[in-house]
Write a new protein. Structure first.
Length: 348
């Protein structure tokens, strides 16, 4: 897809997709650097500026010193250490503000210039509302760690924040594809669409458990591969006692589910690859089908490296690339599904 040959509206939406991807990665950096609780207040407008004086920085630092993360984990922090983690959270929030501007200003311009058709207004307004709701979810997540007992945010709320961001990304991607790809370039592939839907459901579960892994620091409980601390099945996994609780809170069970979902998804993508090899060779789908396969193999490899390096600082790079590849895998599967169905109503 060459955005330079598309309409200004399509280019604008394409920029939005890229900016949202960057925002999700900034969220990953914020989590990996332990920066998410550095700003203890939510000020949608006034919070755009960092402290502008030494006194302002001291006041902000003093507020951070009141929460458990500082008292139990970062009590050795100097002001400069605090400023470092403050930067990433501040950048994450300000990038969200920038995305809001990049959305609303061109949107109003395109409305005035009558470049946006009536059937585009409602989806775009839904997109704007979802973006604002995402910010609210983010603050609810942060609040879960602003207390005297928790040293990090709730991994359940982290997963909700992460999945809602990915839903927003897929919604924007789908809308952009509807404007960019004509129906003539799609092909009906009923032999693969059922499997694609199943893959998307499994990948959604996998991404949820990826957030659980990150939020609970489950990798540190078993930084071994292919086994999990010498065993392939955590002790007591098959016991019905407290199974629901362990699925959500036991680090070893979370890691077991996350690992095995990855293997299952990889096998199913291999099956899907051969299924889509039967579609018309000149179609987008046929030429596109290798990408999900390459991404899932890369995703597993990066996951292994992130896991075995989790006790070391180098894990941040593998973890970030692991998150990026997971996001790209989701986008490629959504795009593959879009290319496989003709029931999508085009936007003119």
């Amino acid at each position: 897809m060459n955005l330079s040959k598309k309409s200004p509206v399509t280019v604008w939406l394409g920029i939005g997709v890229v900016m949202l991807m960057i925002q999700i990665l900034l969220g990953g950096i914020t989590r990996l650097t332990g920066s998410g609780l550095s700003i203890t207040e939510w000020q949608p407008l006034l919070g755009a500026l960092p402290p502008l004086s030494k006194q302002g920085w001291e006041q902000s630092f003093q507020k951070y010193q009141q929460i458990a993360q500082f008292k139990q984990v970062n009590s050795h922090f100097s002001l400069s250490d605090y400023q470092h983690i403050f930067f990433w959270e501040w950048l994450h929030r300000n990038w969200a503000r920038l995305m809001g501007l990049v959305f609303i200003v061109p949107f109003l311009y395109f409305i005035i210039q009558k470049k946006i058709k009536k059937d585009m207004i409602r989806p775009l307004m839904v997109l704007f509302i979802l973006g604002g709701f995402q910010g609210l979810i983010g603050w609810v997540m942060v609040q879960s760690g602003l207390n005297d007992t928790d040293v990090r945010v709730s991994h359940i709320r982290l997963a909700i924040h992460f999945i809602s961001a990915l839903f927003l990304l897929c919604y924007l991607l789908w809308f952009t594809l509807k404007l960019s790809v004509p129906a003539s370039r799609r092909i009906v592939a009923p032999q693969s669409t059922t499997l694609q839907v199943f893959l998307l459901v499994l990948l959604l579960m996998q991404l949820v458990y990826g957030a659980f892994m990150a939020g609970s620091h489950a990798a540190l409980h078993a930084a071994t591969w292919p086994d999990i601390n010498g065993s392939f099945v955590p002790a007591g996994l098959l016991s019905p006692d407290n199974l629901t609780y362990r699925l959500f809170y036991d680090p070893l069970v979370i890691q077991f589910v996350h690992r095995n979902l990855a293997y299952i998804i990889a096998l199913l993508i291999i099956v899907w690859y051969f299924q889509t090899g039967k579609v018309e060779r000149n179609s987008f789908l046929h030429r596109y089908r290798s990408l999900p396969l390459l991404l899932v193999l890369l995703q597993i490899t990066l996951g292994v490296f992130a896991l075995i390096n989790s006790p070391f600082k180098s894990s941040i790079y593998f973890s970030l690339l692991h998150q990026l590849t997971g996001m790209l895998l989701l986008m490629t599967l959504v795009t593959a599904y879009f290319l496989s169905v003709k029931s999508v109503k085009p936007i003119h």
